[in-house]
Design a protein around this ligand. Structure first.
Ligand SMILES: [Zn+2]
Length: 127
């Protein structure tokens, strides 16, 4: 049983895609990234789609991997430590963790944290 929603049997696609908790995170990230992310029905489908991302969108695939990690961490923190985290806090954590990862791995680009927070596409500028 999924411990985040108590609604369904827990499997990989439920935890990361179909769980209402994950859906709310993807909904907010869709708005932030300006890319529809709640259309996927499986992790495999999501990861396949990422391979097709081009240009600036390709730069922010790290945000998706960070999101998967944060959803997994949230699940584990709740099950093993009884520490619950709000969707708001998780989305902020995703933005905070992804920013240095992307900015430190990208040459010929400049990054602006304030703009990144509003829209990652506007927070990354080519030099
Ligand atoms: Zn669930």
């Amino acid at each position: 049983m999924c411990q985040l929603c108590l609604g369904e049997v827990e499997d990989i696609d439920h935890i990361f895609i179909r769980c209402p908790f994950a859906q709310e995170i993807w909904r907010r990230l869709s708005w932030w990234l300006n890319e529809e992310l709640i259309r996927f029905s499986s992790v495999e489908e999501l990861l396949k789609a990422l391979k097709g991302w081009k240009g600036m969108l390709k730069k922010v695939t790290t945000c998706i991997y960070t999101s998967l990690w944060c959803i997994w961490s949230t699940r584990n923190n709740w099950i093993f430590d009884k520490r619950r985290c709000s969707v708001d806090n998780i989305v902020e954590e995703i933005k905070t963790q992804a920013f240095p990862w992307i900015s430190n791995r990208s040459r010929n680009m400049t990054f602006n944290w304030q703009k990144w927070n509003v829209s990652p596409m506007k927070g990354i500028l080519k030099l």
